[in-house]
Design a protein around this ligand. Structure first.
Ligand SMILES: Cc1cc2nc3c(=O)[nH]c(=O)nc-3n(C[C@H](O)[C@H](O)[C@H](O)COP(=O)(O)O)c2cc1C
Ligand code: SF4
Length: 407
């Protein structure tokens, strides 16, 4: 299978230094017509929403309210994801190259490298990589340590933190591309997205498209976890299947009824459907799925989907920035009810409430945090419908015994 980002020295080698990086890939070519090439490459953002990169660049480049800033988002708060930190640990210069060419393309003079404070290996590698750059490049690069919270990677929270030291989402408008870092138009782009840009700038969109399977374009990083030998980062061609990605991570270690696609912001899919799904943003969207930030978590046999969903909801409720009522109170109430159903001690009407509230949560917050929780819950209610009924009506779990569920 084609790889691109993780081509080069093996993982055990650690960070690829600047001299090796330049020897392997050559210098960055001058930026001409790059936005058109990015558009033809069909590159989508890798931070979760899969937004077309070229569209975002055009919007930032057309702003007239100040010199733009590029914010390379390496917060990676998603608990099931490893891709951004491993990429920064191993290929920090790809991320920096991508940020530099993005800055040139949109007319930015300042680049913020926003890295999760707990991703110490990534932080050290990015720090070393910045030092290895020329004085002129160093002067434009600012490394910022992102607070360890799920919400810190949300783009307005990142901007709020960089501007005021508060990693909480802000209400929009203004959107980051209008007024972001230092009040200037800001291009927020996931670090993996920028690393792909660094390669497209060198080798072109035609080369990039050729890496994909069928009509899909390029490669993508995927963290595969759950019922596999160990959680593993793999790079696969876009358009390869979920089964291909799981096999690249060593294959499944137990039977499995469901796969969590896209992480905590994604959704559950029955395994029978999941294995054959093509990992291509466009194809997945047409089918109502998303690869989100590139997570595939295979539910191991012996683990209950209702219990796992309740755990994730509890985490997301705890991580709410508690600024908007529906997110603060709605998410907390749903999480509490799901916890009771999962723990086989439902209160009367809990399941009906969960079903009704799930539909009311989406679109009610200042940021997309509650939307992610609502999507996850809706998928769980669909995929584990029988199990929810069993927990709620019969106070039984078909997978684990009551003592294990409660623990
Ligand atoms: C609750 C929440 C958390 C997020 N966390 C991250 C994150 O850790 N890293 C990231 O790149 N994007 C994260 N995002 C998405 C960003 O807001 C933004 O869309 C993204 O960084 C844009 O980059 P992309 O277009 O390259 O994907 C998060 C979004 C939400 C709603
Ligand atoms: S929706 Fe939730 S996480 Fe987002 S700003 Fe409001 S309270 Fe915070």
């Amino acid at each position: 299978m084609s790889i691109a980002l993780l081509d080069g020295p093996p993982a055990a080698h650690g960070m690829e230094g600047f001299a090796e990086h330049r020897q392997r890939l050559g210098s960055l070519p001058p930026v001409t017509q790059l936005i058109d090439a990015i558009e033809r490459s069909n590159l989508r953002g890798k931070g979760g929403a899969g937004f077309p990169v070229a569209t975002k660049w055009r919007t930032v480049a057309s702003q007239r309210s100040g010199t733009p800033v590029v914010l390379a988002n390496g917060g990676e708060g998603e608990p099931l994801s490893r891709k951004d930190r491993v990429l920064m640990e191993q290929r920090p210069h790809l991320v920096i190259d991508g940020a530099l060419v993005a800055a040139a393309a949109v007319g930015a003079d300042d680049i913020v490298l926003y890295v999760g404070a707990d991703h110490t290996g990534a932080m050290q590698a990015m720090h070393r990589a910045v030092i290895e750059r020329s004085a002129a490049e160093r002067a434009r690069l600012r490394l910022v340590s992102a607070p360890v919270r799920y919400i810190s990677g949300e783009e307005t929270a990142a901007i709020h933190f960089i501007n005021d030291g508060i990693a909480l989402p802000m209400s929009i408008p203004p959107r980051p591309f209008e007024r972001g870092v230092d009040g200037r138009p800001t291009l927020v782009q996931n670090v993996e997205t920028l690393a792909h840009v660094a390669l497209i700038a060198r080798f072109g969109d035609e080369w990039y498209r050729s890496l994909g399977v069928g009509t899909a374009s390029g490669t993508t990083l995927v963290t595969v976890g759950g019922a596999v030998p160990q959680t593993m980062l793999v790079e696969i061609p876009q358009g390869a299947s979920v089964a291909d990605a799981v096999n690249a991570a060593g294959g499944i270690t137990s039977d499995s009824d469901a796969v969590l696609l896209g992480g905590y912001f994604g959704g559950w899919v029955e395994s029978g459907t999941a294995w054959g799904l093509s990992l291509d943003a466009d194809t997945l969207r047409q089918l109502g799925y998303s690869l989100g930030c590139g997570v595939i978590a295979v539910l191991p046999s012996g683990r209950c989907g209702v219990v796992e969903t309740a755990r994730i909801l509890a985490y997301l409720a705890h991580e709410s920035a508690r600024q908007c009522g529906p997110c603060t109170f709605g998410l907390r109430a749903i999480s509490a009810a799901a916890g009771r159903v999962a723990g086989l001690s439902p209160a009367p009407g809990d399941l009906e409430h969960i079903q009704r509230w799930a539909g009311l949560l989406a679109g009610r917050g200042a940021c997309h945090h509650p939307d992610g929780a609502a999507g996850l819950l809706a998928s769980a209610l669909r995929v584990f419908a029988g199990e929810f009924q069993l927990h709620d009506h019969d106070r039984r779990c078909s997978v684990v015994n009551a003592a294990a569920v409660a623990s």
